[in-house]
Design a protein around this ligand. Structure first.
Ligand code: AR6
Length: 171
């Protein structure tokens, strides 16, 4: 059975097989988790992202998809970059947010990762309400890992108290 843990803190400090990055489709960095991962992980991650842009993802990584690179100097083996949807009050984009979690787990399994750390995708710069973001994250990961024999642990790493409280309530 896959253990789901909620951890207050910084995702760049997690010793896990794979850390998920809330990236943007350029794959070339940004603020929030993305900025922290590139800053701490060093230039190796960015150079692999550039190579992905030059090969498979010439037009960028589409929203809801995921792709892996090395983790550079982070205490992890891989970074799985995924692009969350920007929150919209008029359009339901929750399927795209669920897809980020699902596709990231699919890539993690392909890599043979046993431990995976997620941030609360889309709930920062992209404006997704934290309670709803937490519900979608937990429901999708629970559904997706049911009966999984390979994965051991999925960790949600929550940067502030509000996010931690929202995930605790949703769990
Ligand atoms: N560890 C864990 N969680 C963090 C960290 C950290 N070091 N830093 C922030 N968070 P965001 P998004 C939380 O904005 O909403 C970037 O510029 C944060 O409090 O990182 O998906 C990208 O390049 C929030 O709860 O990602 C994109 O352009 C959550 O992580 C855009 O932001 C996600 O916040 C993506 O926006």
């Amino acid at each position: 059975m896959v253990m789901i843990h909620l951890i207050p803190g910084d995702i760049t400090e997690q010793s896990v097989d794979a850390v998920v990055n809330a990236a943007n489709s350029s794959l070339l960095g940004g603020g929030g988790v993305d900025g922290a991962i590139h800053r701490k992980g060093g230039p190796e991650i960015l150079s692999e992202c550039r190579a992905l842009r030059a090969s498979r993802y010439g037009r960028g990584l589409p929203t809801g998809q995921a792709v892996a690179t090395t983790a550079g100097r982070l205490p992890a083996r891989w970074v799985i970059h995924t692009v969350g949807p920007v929150w919209s009050a008029t359009e339901d984009r929750s399927g795209q947010l669920a897809s980020c979690y699902r596709e990231s787990l699919r890539v993690a399994r392909e890599l043979g990762a046993r431990t995976v750390a997620f941030p609360a995708i889309s709930t920062g710069v992209y404006g997704w309400p934290i309670d709803d973001g937490a519900r979608i994250a937990l429901n999708t990961v629970r559904e997706e890992t049911e009966g999984d024999e390979e994965l051991e642990e999925v960790r949600f790493v929550l940067f502030d108290q509000r996010a931690y409280d929202a995930f605790t309530a949703a769990l």
